[in-house]
Design a protein around this ligand. Structure first.
Ligand code: PAF
Length: 284
């Protein structure tokens, strides 16, 4: 069994990162909420190519979960996660408790207007405020040269890019390609909630996005492609569909109704039973 050094306090995190920087080493950070899978390990692998040292954080952040969402049920297993991180060549795990991150009297909020408002911002009010807050705190606490986030949470990545630019946080944000199962399903900690029957249906989300990409590239209108995508998810057996939309790749502005020009992203979120799946694909 491989073990990994673990910091529980901001002071310990800063002491270790400070020592590395003093020695001239570059540091990358990979923020996570744990329940690690191959997708997270691919972020660690990418981080290792970007810096001399890699810090991963595990913190299930209460402020990014809405009322009635799965904060309490979110899968937690630090011992297993720590072993995976050590095996992947991560140098330090930062795993603070809630009190370390949100001390009594904590009062600050962050609102990244614009890019955080549509899609998941509309479906999960307050979610991106919580993400922006915790990511700003983690980057300020750790001070990494580079931070790596998965493109699976594409809107989150764009919100973080905006946040880091607006607040002059001296960290370069790197997006990592989505890791997928052999049948195309994007890897996610929440896939663990799927029943065997739901798991059979789940790859239809990636398939619908890929089909939408082909149609857009063939010159079909955004309006038609979105309608076809929604219908494909309904046919496949998805329940509530929060969105299936084609948006501008950078600012996530609404596109259409005609054919696309320039870089676009197709994004979708839909429920299978109680599990909400999200995925996205590039069209350029
Ligand atoms: O993507 C996640 O796991 C989380 O939203 C993040 C970026 C670690 C913030 O809690």
């Amino acid at each position: 069994m491989t073990s990994i050094a673990t910091a529980r306090t901001v002071a310990d995190l800063r002491a270790q990162v400070g020592a590395w920087k003093q020695a001239g080493e570059r540091v990358a950070m990979v923020p996570t909420m744990g329940a690690l899978h191959e997708g997270h390990l691919s972020l660690i692998a990418l981080a290792r190519t970007e810096a001399d040292r890699v810090v991963a954080s595990i913190f299930v952040n209460p402020t990014q979960f809405g009322v009635g969402e799965d904060f309490d049920a979110y899968p937690r297993g630090e011992a297993r996660d720590a072993e995976l991180l050590a095996g992947a060549g991560c140098d330090l795990l930062f795993a603070p408790g809630v009190g370390e991150m949100y001390a009594p009297g904590f009062s600050t909020t962050i609102n990244v207007a614009g890019v955080s408002e549509p899609l998941d911002g509309a479906a999960r009010p307050g979610h991106f405020g919580g993400v922006a807050l915790i990511v700003a705190k983690l980057l300020i606490q750790c001070g990494p040269d580079v931070a790596v986030f998965g493109e699976k949470d594409y809107q989150q990545l764009q919100v973080i890019r905006r946040l880091v630019a607006d607040l002059d946080i001296p960290t370069r944000v790197v997006g990592a390609p989505t890791a997928r199962a052999a049948d195309g399903l994007a890897l996610s900690s929440r896939n663990a909630y799927l029943t065997p029957a739901e798991r059979e249906i789940a790859p239809a989300l990636a398939a619908a996005l890929a089909e939408a990409g082909r149609r857009l590239r063939a010159g079909e209108s955004v309006e038609r492609v979105e309608a076809t995508g929604l219908a494909a998810l309904e046919r496949a057996g998805f329940g509530k569909i929060d969105y299936f939309e084609v948006r501008g790749a950078g600012d996530l502005a609404r596109l259409g109704p005609g054919p696309i020009e320039g870089e676009a992203r197709i994004l979708a979120a839909a429920f299978l039973g109680r599990t909400r799946l999200i995925d996205n694909m590039a069209v350029g």
